[in-house]
Design a protein around this ligand. Sequence first.
Ligand SMILES: NC(=O)c1ccc[n+]([C@@H]2O[C@H](COP(=O)([O-])OP(=O)(O)OC[C@H]3O[C@@H](n4cnc5c(N)ncnc54)[C@H](OP(=O)(O)O)[C@@H]3O)[C@@H](O)[C@H]2O)c1
Length: 270
Amino acid sequence: MFQKIGFIGTGAMGGAVARIAAQAAPEAQIYLANRTADKAAALAADLPNARVSTNEEIAGICDLIFLAVKPQVMPHALPALSGVLAERRDRFVLVTMAAGLTMETIRSLAGGDYPVIRMMPNTPITVGAGAVQYCGLGVTDAELADFAALLSEAGTVDLLPEHLIDAASALSGCGPAYVDLFLEALADGGVACGLPRQKAMAYAAQMVEGAARMARLSGAHPGALKDTVCSPGGSTIQGVRALEQGAFRGTVMDAVIAAYEKNLQLKQVD
Ligand SMILES: NC(=O)c1ccc[n+]([C@@H]2O[C@H](COP(=O)([O-])OP(=O)(O)OC[C@H]3O[C@@H](n4cnc5c(N)ncnc54)[C@H](OP(=O)(O)O)[C@@H]3O)[C@@H](O)[C@H]2O)c1
C-alpha cells in the first residue's frame, strides 16, 4: 500500500479525493499542497493523518502523487517539478485527474517515463456515490489494485482503456452539472404548479435518485422503465411529449458531445 500520499492542488476535486484517501489509509501520511496555502491548511485541520506541504516536498518524497490542478495549469506546474522528480531513486506513481490530458502528456510534462495513473472522478464521490474511471501506464497490477482500494469508498471505481476516458469524462465527470440543471428545472416546474420551493427541490432530488437507482439495480432499459410510467391516455405521456418537442434527448446527447469535444481540445498543450 502507498505510505506517503501527496496532493498538488486541494480544490474541489483534489480535496474530495484527499478526504477519501485519508480515511481509507489511516496509517498513511497525507501531504497537501495548494497555491493558496490556506485551503490546504483548512483541509489538513480536518484530517488526522494529513499535513500541509509544498509541491516540491510532495514531488520529492511521496510514493503516490495526485496532480489535482486544472488542465491549463499542468503545463506550468508539472515541468517546475521535473528536476525534483529526476533526482529520485525510489519508486513513485503520478496520478492525473486533468480532463483531456493523456498519460503520455503527463510523462512529457514531468520529464520522464514515470508510472502514471489517469483517473476521472465526479463530484458525487463526496457522498460515496461517485464514479471513478482509471487506467495506468507503466504501473504494476498491484499498484492499480492498491489505487482502486484506496478510492473504493468514492463509489464505483472502474478500469477503462485510456482511449475511452475522454468519453467517460464527458458523461460521468461532467454529468452531475447536467443533472443539477435538470433538478433545478424540475423544481421550477413544481413551483410553477404551486409547490413550495423546498418541497419541489426535495421531491425532484429524491425522484431522480430513485429513478437512477431503479435503472441501475434492475438493469432494465430506461425506455422500458419510461413505458411503465406512461399509462395510455395519461398525464406522463403528455410530459414526455413536451420534452420531445423541446428536443430533450438530442440536447442531452449534444451536451455530452460538446464536453467530449472540449476534452479533445484540452489535449493540445503547448
Ligand atoms: N470538478 C470536477 O467535477 C472534476 C471532475 C473530473 C476531473 N476534474 C479535474 O480535477 C482537476 C481539479 O479540478 P477542480 O475542479 O478541483 O478545480 P479547483 O477547485 O479550481 O482546484 C484546483 C486547485 O489547484 C490549485 N492550484 C493551482 N495552481 C497550483 C499550483 N501551481 N500548485 C498547487 N496548487 C495549485 C488551486 O489553488 P487556488 O486555491 O489558489 O485556486 C485550486 O485549489 C482538474 O484537472 C479537473 O479537470 C474535476
